[in-house]
Design a protein around this ligand. Sequence first.
Ligand code: ADP
Length: 166
Amino acid sequence: MNNIEIIKGDITNILVDAIVNAANTSLLGGGGVDGAIHKAAGTELLKECKKFGHRNPGDAVITLGYNLPAKYIIHAIGPIWRSGNNDEVKILRNAYQNSLNLMIENNLESIAFPNISTGIYKFPKEKAAEIAIETIKEFLEKYNDKKIIFVCFDNENYKIYLNLLN
Ligand code: ADP
């Protein structure tokens, strides 16, 4: 599918309508990609995020991109992996799906995803990639003019995505 692209790199540098942040329920920033996005976007982002209050795993909210090349940031809350018996799969799928819903609601053409939950939240990488790709492929069947980029920061995820998509 030529409307799916895989890039190895830092999502804060990607020029798209929206980049997705792997946020936590406070939406107030954190480590990993969340910390990198807040640092690159600037302190205005934190002010806007405070308006949302606490959100649940699986939810997604949209803010401006501030100092980023991307116009918007979609903050999606992935699940913390515990045993796999706590709806982790469903919640990860919801995080991707709710991000895509915001893409449609806001008339966005392009979106870049990090590998949600596969860092500090410890979701098994291969399984997370399968869920992400499956959700995006289903979406593209209906919205085939949209552009989706998977931005892999670590080598392991990059290889997994290349394997699954080729
Ligand atoms: P989570 O808490 O959802 O696991 P993390 O930020 O710890 O979030 O990790 C999610 C993924 O984001 C990991 O695969 C990690 O390698 C990746 N990551 C970390 N920094 C960046 C970045 N600047 N750009 C893109 N991906 C990143």
